[in-house]
Design a protein. Sequence first.
Length: 562
Amino acid sequence: MVRRIFNLIHKEINGLHEAAYLLGAFALLSQILALFRDRLLAHFFGAGAVLDTYYAAFRLPDIIFVAIASIVSVYVLIPFLAEKSAISKLKEKEFINTIFSAFFLIIIIVSVVAFIFTPQLMKLFFPGLMESAQFADLILLTRVLLLQPIFLGISNLFASITQIHRKFVLYALSPVLYNIGIIVGIVFFYPSFGFIGLGYGVVLGAILHLGIQIPFIVRNKFLPRVALGQLKENFNDVKKVIFLSLPRTLALSAHQISLLFLISFASLMTSGSIAVFNLSFNLQSVPLTIIGVSYSVAAFPTLAKMFSNGEKKEFLSQVLTASKHIIFWSFPAIVLFIILRAQIVRVILGSGEFDWADTRLTAAALALFAVSIAAQGLVLLFVRGYYAAGNTKKPLILNLVSAGLVIVFAFGLGKVFAGSPTFQYFIESLFRVEGIEGTSVLMLPLGYSIALILNATAFWVMFQKDFSSFSRSLSKTFFQSLSASILMGFVSYEFLNVFDDLFDIDTFWGIFSQGLFAGIVGIATGVMMLVLLGNKEIGEVWRSLHSKFWRADTVIAEQEEI
């Protein structure tokens, strides 16, 4: 049994769909744990001031992570590692030591400075929380969470090594263990240490995220060390990595800063607005992670190799295949999340302190986030496609503009919502949140989704300009998936009313059964329509699920020539 588990963890995965489905399966497991994590948080604290404080404490560490850890990003390092490993294992190890040394020195210095100035930064970022009773907890928790970027950054470096050797299982297990650590913090550390115990759980999760990759790294003698001599000798490599990572750093930092602005806006709204924003954002991240992230991550190593080998036609074909499947899976997810939003939120989060008003508001925010799931997934893929092609300028410009639009739309819509009773009535009636306090928070996900849809459209136009056959190849999948999804949504909505009379929706199992069976009937209808339309993607999914994925040859680390 132990050997089977070991072999599974060290399995090499080479096909796009097989890698995507493996990543998707582990992403699903990770997201299930993340949902359980959020349910525990909602159960104990509800959408209130305590949970606002918890989510706000992540902002500074997350900005530091994307700003500094981009030096050891998978998408930046993989091309360099591929080049070094082609020369020799010694060159690969020297490169790893050099990058690790640079990252470790920078992240420690930045984290220490952030630790010292945390009180001032929290006052600047979250003026709405300054007078709350939890402000001291916000400062303390933020300081504890500053350990997270260090561990996750090192884990990113190790993930680059495991991915270049196509050990996708190790990469996929990391977020699973990360969420387990957070759950341990909620269930065990919080009762023992109080609010700060939640931070200890997050740090434990980051350590586990790193730890799962260490055995492979040690076994293959890739464990890095701080080597100032090698850093000085190979500083040109560091400059190349920083130069290449700078556009991605700026783009990711801009995205995190836009989220920081949104949460800062939320801190000025009704208590619990930050919690509603984050809980709904996390829920919409489930299909995004399973679909968009899985395909973009699985495709990237192959795209990078194809482009570097001059295989432009194959490169485009790979991007097209991944795009079609992101669209194919995303449209049904969007429709089902909108139609079944109340059932989803109530089943996942509705217990303890999380009441019906919290449910309705979070469900409305979820629907507004869900509108842009396909757009978010395509942006992830387009960005990685451009990175693989060595073009970092276009993604940088488009993502900087998108981040700015997120802030502008959220702020502008908030002003319109506050100043226009007609618009406010329309939104509240549309999402059935009339009479609930704090509906202004809905302008944040609405602004976010509009900006991301515009961002995806801009990427689509840019790709069409660079690859003239791009849109023509995608249009059929787009309209087939959209048509089937609309029918799926209509049928699911109608059957919600049917099952409303069969189940007691005032109970957990009643509302769960209502949503489950309505969704199943809708999905079955959508699948039948796709078959009737002759959709190719559904055939590819069926063939991939019946391939020899789980019977793929296992390559044990000790037997590799690396």
